[in-house]
Design a protein around this ligand. Structure first.
Ligand code: ARG
Length: 593
């Protein structure tokens, strides 16, 4: 397949824009004027619309309907659209021709990227997500960061960026005083062997409770922490064991979730870099001593409402510094995050760093980004926040006994429930197949429930909803995929489409189907505009419902000739887009269900 033979045709709205650019230039529009084209909400108004005439009328002080009429006469979209129509105050409506859609369908099938353009300027993007705290194990709240971060990484990679995923685990902190004290006083070696994460959590909780009730225990924990930070060999060895065991446990969970990290550079990785960093901040006059601690204060460069180093108390703006060294000499979460930025820029040459971390840490990130700017760092750093997961009572999700819900338990229950649904709907499947399918459906359901929400929404975790076979759920989409595959299993020979095969789009349902398929290339890049995977879930849900309508309206196997070829091509393209789209969400498919 040579490049000349099948030039990857641009996205349809881009081609309309190109034509509009030429047309407005001929009308004397200012050079920087850029026409916009959007999908129409209602198929009666065609497939795409543009407000160009109205916007340009303002700029050029002319009548919008007159400009629209001039554009209709001059915009060159022949071969792509019917002649555009004017609607309302001067909208231009474009209706893509059946031939153009048929050609796009052939191009889509010939394109491994399924019509999604690669970015013109690939960037190196570090994505910081998941990042649970060792010994305070990953609970269901961490699921949001893990699942959203993984999906954004998949999308950015697919678009051609160089993505580096880094799990900034909390493996250094005050909790280790308690862990070490508990390790020495009450560790159950057998339980540790059997389920390390569980036993470490038990120890942490037990010591935490004892320390609250007994000041002497609290003191003992503090002593252990001081010894650890001073490099005591025994305590360092215990810390190392605890971290390694936790990482091994996390590894199992990430494997089950099909989430990969390029690096696990946790907080401890930066220990040696913290003291020099603080010295440098002092030397450059960015940080200064205050009551024994070292802090960064406001430099007054932005209005108080935008200043992360000020906060309002009783109507007065007061200092809200970023502390980088405590009076006792200890370093903080902020200090290691600043050192982390340096490392990612110098070692990995990051152009951008994305932090997928819950909304409560907003101020923390505003502060460290501002300190970085003071240090002359220009790389784009973005906090991508998310809300919480609620229980059916609309409070933060907890177990019956009021504990944090463990992610591992959620996954196990999801797979068990998926298995029960399968038993009911398709009892004839073989046992081993049921096990494999239940895993794909159960994990997929949990991920999709997350990704189909706007990330800032606090959403209610509901097993019934996420596992429903109808509605905007993973099982519904996975089932749509199964349906597309079952068509091809009924055929004797494998269907192969030529790169330049001529299809014919005739029925309205075929048209709606192909139009939806062509939008995949528009939707995927849009996800990164505001880091919202729910743009993709919405699209895939529409794609699946469109497919079901198409399949009902247009018999495939009973049709003939070019109609049959076209319909098979629509099924095949739907199958590939569903599979690729779900893969960008980190969700797998099965051939049967
Ligand atoms: N360990 C932190 C927590 O659980 C999240 C770390 C996020 N990443 C970062 N670079 N600060 O709250």
């Amino acid at each position: 397949m040579s490049e000349e033979k099948t030039p990857a045709p641009g996205l349809i709205p881009e081609r309309i824009r190109e034509a509009l650019r030429a047309a407005v230039a001929a009308l004397g529009a200012p050079e920087e004027f850029d026409p916009q084209v959007t999908p129409t909400a209602d198929a009666r108004f065609g497939d795409y619309q543009s407000n160009t005439a109205m916007v340009l009328a303002k700029v050029m002080k002319r009548n919008p309907r007159e400009l629209a009429a001039a554009l209709v006469g001059s915009v060159e979209v022949a071969g792509l659209c019917e002649p555009p129509e004017i609607a309302g105050p001067g909208f231009l409506n474009f209706r893509v021709t059946g031939e153009a859609y048929a050609a796009r369908l052939a191009a889509l099938l010939a394109d491994p990227r399924l019509g999604v353009p690669a970015v013109a300027e690939p960037k190196t993007i570090v994505i910081d997500f998941s990042a649970p705290n060792v010994a305070k194990p990953m609970h269901v709240g961490h699921i949001r960061s893990t699942i959203i971060g993984d999906s954004l990484a998949r999308v950015a990679r697919f678009l051609g960026h160089r993505v580096i995923t880094d799990n900034h685990i909390g493996d250094w902190g005050t909790q280790f005083g308690m862990i070490i004290h508990g390790w020495k006083s009450e560790l159950d070696a057998t339980a540790l062997e059997a389920d390390p994460i569980h036993e470490l959590l038990r120890v942490y909780k037990s010591v935490n409770a004892r320390a609250k009730a007994d000041a002497a225990v609290m003191e003992a924990c503090k002593d252990e922490l001081v010894k650890l930070q001073a490099g005591d060999a025994e305590n360092l060895a215990i810390w190392k064991r605890a971290v390694d065991l936790s990482l091994a446990g996390l590894g199992g969970m990430y494997a089950r979730l099909d989430v990969r990290f390029d690096h696990f550079n946790g907080e401890s990785f930066y220990n040696a870099r913290l003291a020099p960093l603080v010295d440098d901040l002092i030397e450059k006059g960015i940080a200064r001593e205050s009551e024994g601690a070292v802090c960064v204060f406001s430099d007054g460069s932005v209005p108080p409402e935008e200043d992360p180093f000020l906060s309002q108390r009783d109507g007065e703006w007061g200092a809200n510094p970023c502390i980088v060294r405590k009076a006792d000499g200890g370093f903080l979460y902020s200090t290691s995050d600043l050192a982390t930025i340096d490392f990612r820029l110098s070692e990995w040459k990051a152009d951008e760093i994305w932090y997928v971390v819950g909304a409560p840490q907003q101020l923390h990130f505003r502060q460290i980004f501002a300190v970085s700017r003071m240090r002359g760092i220009e790389a784009a750093m973005t906090h991508i926040p998310h809300g919480s997961i609620l229980g059916e009572d609309r409070k933060l999700m907890k177990t019956r006994s009021g504990e944090n819900v463990q992610l591992a338990d959620v996954l196990t229950e999801a797979v068990e429930r998926a298995r029960a649904v399968l038993e009911e709907k398709n009892p004839t499947l073989e046992a081993s197949e049921k096990v494999a399918i239940a895993e794909v459906v159960g994990i997929g359901a949990v991920k999709y429930a997350e990704l189909s929400q706007h990330r800032m929404t606090d959403y209610v975790f509901s097993w019934e909803k996420m596992l429903a076979l109808q509605g905007n759920t993973a099982p519904y989409l996975q089932y749509a995929y199964v349906r597309t595959r079952s068509i091809f299993r009924k055929l004797e020979d494998a269907v192969v489409f030529a790169d330049d095969e001529v299809f014919v789009i005739a029925e309205p349902a075929e048209r709606t189907m192909v139009a939806k398929l062509c939008q995949f290339g528009e939707v995927v890049p849009d996800i990164l505009n505001d880091h919202k995977p729910n743009i993709l879930t919405n699209y895939l849900y529409e794609l699946a419902t469109t497919f079901h309508s198409f399949f009902e309206a247009c018999p495939v196997l009973r049709s003939e000739g070019v109609t049959r070829r076209t319909r098979l091509a629509l099924c095949e393209a739907t199958s590939r887009v569903l599979r690729q789209g779900l893969d960008l969400l980190g969700i797998r498919v099965t051939e049967r269900m």
